[in-house]
Ligand binder design. Structure first.
Ligand SMILES: Nc1ncnc2c1ncn2[C@@H]1O[C@H](COP(=O)(O)OP(=O)(O)OP(=O)(O)O)[C@@H](O)[C@H]1O
Ligand SMILES: [Mg+2]
Length: 254
């Protein structure tokens, strides 16, 4: 779906942080309603968005294995529970996938829930999906069509190389990605020329389009240690300004 934006990248590069900044951007630009999806089993996007999680989709899936209340159609029950799993905030909603099913997955529950989720996505102008590190799980999401895949790297040559390896997994995983972006996060104020050259070289080789650099941010650091959400970061904060420039470019498509 054209308006699905998924985050990928190696561990700790800033996927969840960028997801929260992107939700803030979409809301402030009036590109609403927005659905944020936390697809990382070790969910923490809710904290950066200042929301509390009641129930995850994984928990609902587990419930479906055992109990559907008597006299209630399964599809009605799923829809009811799904509505309870959607956390509503001003102008955006959040849904948390939770733990993936273990061995002996009750596949009917999985497909019921995927169908319900697919129906739900149609109600939103944009869907933003935060992921765990790596790519394999993206194929587990049942969302093969992605408008923008945003690969986040740290400001190192090895980080950029890892991002390119992630980009190369799209084909074998049979994902359909319209736009493939590279975002280099936590960049120093002065970008070393050698890094900049390498970023452009890797992009030329892989089909990644370079979205830009996000600065190392004192504002993010302070909120992180105080466990505060990112949505109220001031618009004059460097990381907000820079990220908004990147997101403008992304939604323009280049
Ligand atoms: N631009 C930035 N400036 C300062 N700190 C940052 C920046 N981006 C991310 N961080 C910090 O880096 C750490 C990792 O960020 P984050 O959790 O967003 O990464 P992630 O890729 O989602 O990690 P994981 O792979 O564990 O899900 C956090 O402590 C976050 O506050
Ligand atoms: Mg994360």
């Amino acid at each position: 779906m054209a308006n699905t934006i998924a985050l990928a990248g190696k561990g700790g590069t800033g996927k969840t942080t960028v997801t929260a900044l992107l939700v803030k951007y979409l809301v402030e630009k009036g590109k609403t309603p927005v659905l944020a999806v936390d697809a990382d089993p070790n969910a923490n996007l809710n904290e950066l968005l200042g929301l509390e999680v009641q129930v995850t989709l994984g928990e609902i899936k587990n419930e479906l294995r055992s109990s559907v209340p008597q006299g209630m159609a399964r599809t009605d029950y799923i829809e009811m529970r799904l509505n309870e799993a959607i956390i509503e905030a001003d102008d955006f909603d959040l849904v948390v996938m939770g733990q993936p099913e273990g061995p002996g997955c009750y596949c009917a529950a999985h497909s019921f829930l995927s169908q319900a989720l697919e129906k739900l996505l149609r109600h939103y102008a944009y869907t933003v999906i935060d992921n765990e590190a790596g790519m394999e799980h993206l194929s587990r999401l049942n969302m093969r069509e992605i408008g923008h895949l945003l690969v986040v790297s740290d400001a190192s040559s090895r980080g950029v190389l890892t991002a390119s390896r992630i980009a190369r997994l799209i084909e074998p995983l049979q994902l359909e990605v319209d736009h493939l972006w590279l975002l280099v996060n936590r960049a120093p104020a002065q970008i070393p020329e050698s890094l900049d050259d390498y970023v452009r070289e890797i992009c030329a080789q892989t089909g990644l389009m370079f979205l830009g650099y996000l600065p190392e941010s004192e504002d993010i650091f302070k909120r992180e240690i105080n466990r505060e959400p990112l949505l109220d970061l001031p618009l004059h904060s460097d990381v907000v300004k820079q990220s908004y420039r990147c997101f403008d470019k992304m939604l323009r498509g280049g």
